[in-house]
Write a protein that binds this ligand. Structure first.
Ligand code: ASP
Length: 420
């Protein structure tokens, strides 16, 4: 018999987790199993999944630092860095914008909020702690983002897991290693370069080891989502979930593949197949940051140059979130529909812009997009407490949008690679 590959095991684990979780959830709703038991099984699933996510997160900082520094020093000269960086950022902005437009068109066609009864939604609403968050204006968010790029203390930023300042500082180190090496008389700078390149090899090796536990982690998270939420959460918010799902599907299966084919001449199906482990992990963990080690490994195995992956993927995992951008726009328009507020085209334009900024500002961790919703709601003067209405289904939508986020980062890497 042919030996099953890792991604097959991951898919099997996901199927098992879903079947077991949904079965238990159903049995619980029929009174055949104590609801407490179902709840506890969900919690155990989450604990198991979290353990795997922690393993991945453990790799992220040393991996990003060593990979960026090695990538930059390997580029040879600063012009290459400039052109890769410029192309990557142009890609991020274009695709996120296209995602938002898709979301806005789909939500205006389906109009999920019109059928939803506010009273029913309020009944199911959770009073999440995140609502305690002070609403901030988009200008302030932007400024804070810019400011946070520069770490007061790079080591502290790394300890806190603040990715943008870590990326910024690592890029600078890479650039200055190059400059120092070219200065006559400096022999020691190359020791630093070799150190980081060695560290990078070690981290990649560790990633290969950790990824073997993926089926267990994926099983845990799927069990948690299926047993904990079950189909009940979807009944009231069904149309909303469907709207986000359709829009994400269009972006992931039409827009991005078209860009991949035209921009990199690659077959989207082939490419996606090579990325199975990363995509399934993104789906189950709902964390682009956590998935990053796997994304880097698989995109490189798919033949994208290390100079490109080491730069485009960490930056993408931090600021390029097509799925999140789309989700922000759809969710806010949905809420407006529920409250019976008709938004003008100009207001929808404002939502598009804030959704883009919110997606750039959102961290690559579970539910980050949900927290950023407050910013977008605030920008168009909708009650920020409305976030509670859609909290119940955020996990499943988070899983979907994170998968799209990682898919978009991977397409970005292939396209930038083809152009270099
Ligand atoms: N969980 C998403 C990610 O990691 C961010 C979000 O919540 O939208 O990409």
């Amino acid at each position: 018999m042919k030996r099953l590959q890792l991604h097959h095991w991951i898919l099997i684990a996901m199927g098992l987790g879903a079947a077991l979780g949904l079965g238990l959830n159903w049995a619980g709703s029929q009174g055949m199993v104590d609801a407490d038991i179902v709840g506890n099984v969900a919690i155990v699933g989450k604990e198991i999944g979290d353990l795997f996510l922690r393993l991945l997160q453990m790799l992220v900082v040393p991996l990003i630092v060593s990979s960026l520094i090695t990538g930059v020093t390997g580029m040879g000269d600063l012009r290459t860095l400039g052109s890769i960086g410029g192309r990557a950022i142009a890609f991020y902005l274009t695709t996120s914008f296209l995602a938002i437009v898709t979301g806005i068109v789909v939500v205006n066609i389906i109009r999920p909020g019109e059928g939803a009864e506010l009273a029913l939604l309020e009944e199911g609403a959770a009073s999440g702690a995140l609502l305690a968050e002070e609403p901030r204006s988009i200008g302030i968010v932007l400024w804070e983002q810019l400011e946070s790029l520069i770490p007061k203390n790079p080591l502290a930023a790394a300890t806190e897991g603040d990715m943008l300042p870590v990326i910024f500082f690592s890029l600078l180190i890479g650039v200055f290693i190059g400059l120092a090496e070219h200065r006559e008389g400096s022999k020691d700078a190359s020791v630093v370069r070799r150190f980081f390149s060695g560290l990078f090899d070690v981290m990649m090796q560790m990633t290969l080891f950790v990824v073997r536990f993926a089926p267990i982690g994926v099983f845990g998270f799927t069990l948690y989502a299926a047993a904990g939420k079950g189909p009940a959460a979807f009944q009231v918010l069904g149309w909303y979930v469907l709207t986000v799902f359709i829009a994400l599907l269009i972006h992931a299966t039409v827009t991005l593949p078209t860009i991949l084919r035209l921009g990199a001449g690659r077959s989207p199906i082939e490419y996606a197949r090579k990325l199975t482990t990363a995509l399934v992990t993104a789906f189950s963990t709902a964390s682009s940051n956590g998935t990053l080690p796997l994304t880097m490994q698989e995109v490189e195995e798919a033949g994208v140059k290390p100079e490109v992956t080491s730069f485009v993927l960490p930056l993408g995992a931090t600021i390029n979130m097509d799925g999140t951008a789309l989700y922000e726009a759809v969710a806010v328009l949905f809420i407006a529909q529920v409250y019976g507020i008709d938004l003008t085209i100009a207001q929808q334009g404002l939502i598009a812009l804030t959704a883009l900024l919110a997606s750039i500002g959102a961290a690559g961790i579970p539910h980050a997009g949900m927290v950023m919703m407050v910013v977008v709601l605030n920008a168009v003067g909708l009650p920020t407490s409305a976030v509670a209405l859609i909290l119940a289904v955020d996990r499943i939508l988070d899983m979907l949008r994170t998968t799209v986020n990682v898919w978009s980062d991977s397409v970005a890497a292939a396209v930038v690679d083809a152009r270099e």
